[in-house]
Design a protein around this ligand. Sequence first.
Ligand code: RIB
Ligand code: CA
Length: 314
Amino acid sequence: MATKIILDCDPGHDDAVAILLALAAPQIELLGLTVVGGNVPLQLTVDNTLRVLLLAGREDVPVFAGCPRPMVREMITAEHVHGESGLDTASGELLAMPQSVAQQTHAVNYLIDTIRESDPNTITLVATGPLTNVAAAFVMAPDIIERLQQLIIMGGAFHEPGNISPAAEFNVYVDPHAARAVFEAGVPIVVFGLDITHQMLITPARLSAIRHHGGRCGKVTADFLDFFNQYDTSKYGWDGAPLHDPCTIAWLIDPDIFQGRDMAVNVDTADGPNLGRTVADWYVVTDEKPNAKVITNGDSDKFFDLIVDHLAAL
Ligand code: RIB
Ligand code: CA
């Protein structure tokens, strides 16, 4: 029985790979894509979502535009990482735009309606962007929280420093109030923070494997990841950029690639240098009930082999 998922995303290069991975995996049924403003403004994250579906030959998957900005803070974006389009390529040739367009229904309404209309505990929500759509759905329709099978999040940083501020990871930093509402909602959460995603580096050998063994989609994916590598390799001095978002989908396909444990996680929403920090009770020094499975380690070779094999299957 395939796992039914909705992927809430802000493509974004790594979101794009997460979408392709979900489409290629026989264990996953991608019901729909809800889109949020994040890496680039909402219209561009919607366009990029449509571009990726055209690349995969899957314009049948519905796309829903969601919230264009965070709950409280001013919007911040990441063109410095993803380029002006949000999915810039090394060749300079953007992925083709399809004829298809986003649905009329708002992403938050789609999330609520789909979860309500499905049997309880049959839908997994994956979130790889700021959590504004997810928090809005939980506030508008609290009844969906206990109906969700689980929520898989790419976001936060527990031992790793932040990547957009010294304390915070980008998705949480863009909308820390939404992230706090989600972590306090009581839904079963699996969270992939920078601690694990910074182990998943797109090294030259891995990029070459994607390009030469990933089939038609692999060639295009290598072209945009070649661009994506540029900023982070210069920022961190590593031999590849961390491939964040596909970790969520890889866990659904082969959870044995990763290890983690349940912890109590809080999100700092106070103005100041710690805004957006995700704080995990790593050594259980409080009596707080764990609210998330924090993924801490993984096998990066198995992760990239899985990506290459699935891209080749598209
Ligand atoms: O911090 C990395 C996360 O922020 C990834 O999801 C990336 O796509 C951006 O959304
Ligand atoms: Ca993302």
